[in-house]
Design a protein around this ligand. Structure first.
Ligand SMILES: C[S@@+](CC[C@H](N)C(=O)[O-])C[C@H]1O[C@@H](n2cnc3c(N)ncnc32)[C@H](O)[C@@H]1O
Length: 316
């Protein structure tokens, strides 16, 4: 059984090792996106598709000036910087990878966006007080948690009554997988540092159990197929030229050790083993943070506290 500490180390190594590759083949200097792109009939380029994901999050969250927003699992800050610039919100971006925090902070300073702030924190136990945020969003990041329900409880706690949670993420299909399918699925998730996926049928119930209401889950799998195909095509090409790339000093894990898992991710998609979903959920206006209280009780029973004054679980 993987511990949280071991998982965090795996995630840090993965992002340290693969960042250069993401920069070369995936995101550009402006969007800094470490996520799949969403394609619709108006989308013309890969870069537009990456921004579409930000826009879907922003629109479904109802972002507007004056709001305080949490980006849970912010990567190098691409989405947080984009929403700060385009929607006039203040954003707290958190990630467990220290290099991502440094990079995102430098970008916020460079772009003169003081409302986009970044810190190294675990989204399962943040340092933020109860009811801090108007919106919390998680773009392909909640899948990295060992305990998805704990993630939801923490998001519920830090949201204000009436606040919204928006997520884009990968989900496991509901039917049991055969051994070969299981192996294929495990190959791409563990190879990209994801411990496991939440079940597409279980997740809505977990969101409600955390205290959220008006839970909407939309299947956007069809909109990411093109993005996945692009990743697959590029990696196939790069792995073919890997020996030459190595000679040029351009090879890193993405093209080497991590190429197979990403290729398996596409195979797994083609076999229909996972879905890509949008989740929108509301914390009720009249909520006095019932799940927050549960979380505190649960946290105290494990010796942790959500009271920042009592020493948060924030790392670093
Ligand atoms: C696939 S990247 C997505 C980054 C960003 N949302 C984007 O779309 O560009 C997943 C992110 O989740 C972060 N993450 C994973 N586990 C985390 C945790 N326990 N607490 C905070 N962030 C976490 C990783 O460090 C990484 O930044």
């Amino acid at each position: 059984m993987q511990t949280e500490q071991a998982l965090h180390e795996t995630i840090r190594s993965y992002y340290r090792d693969s960042w250069r590759d993401y920069r070369i083949v995936w995101c550009n200097r402006k969007n800094l996106a470490i996520h799949l792109g969403l394609w619709d009939s108006h989308t013309r380029t890969h870069a537009q598709s990456l921004i579409n994901s930000n826009r879907v999050i922003a629109e479904r969250a109802g972002l507007g000036p004056g709001q305080l927003v949490l980006d849970a699992g912010c990567g190098v800050g691409g989405t947080a910087l984009w929403v700060a610039e385009h929607y006039g919100v203040d954003v707290e971006g958190i990630t467990i990878v220290p290099e991502q925090v440094q990079y995102a902070r430098a970008q916020a300073a460079h772009r003169r966006l003081p409302g986009a702030r970044f810190s190294k924190q675990d989204y399962l136990r943040t340092e933020f007080a109860d009811g801090s945020f108007d919106v919390a969003y998680a773009l392909e990041s909640a899948c990295y948690s060992l305990d998805k329900r704990r993630f939801l409880t923490e998001m519920f706690r830090v949201l204000k009554p009436g606040g919204r949670l928006v997520m884009l993420d990968f989900f496991q299909i509901s039917r049991p997988l055969g051994p070969a399918e299981e192996e294929l699925q495990r190959s791409w998730t563990s190879g990209t540092a994801i411990p496991h996926l939440a079940g597409v049928d279980d997740f809505p119930e977990w969101v409600r159990e955390a205290g959220f209401r008006d839970v909407v889950i939309e299947d956007l799998t069809a909109q990411v197929v093109r993005s996945c195909r692009r990743g697959h095509r590029i990696l196939k090409t790069f792995t073919r030229f890997e020996p030459a790339l190595k000679l040029l000093g351009l090879r890193s894990v993405f093209y080497g050790d991590h190429a197979a898992p990403v290729l398996d991710g596409y195979r797994s998609l083609r076999q229909g083993l996972w879905r890509y979903g949008l989740v929108v959920a509301h914390k009720p206006e009249d909520s006095s943070s019932p799940a927050g209280r549960d979380a505190t009780t649960e946290a105290s029973s494990t010796g942790q506290s959500h009271d920042p004054a009592a020493g948060s679980g924030a790392e670093g």
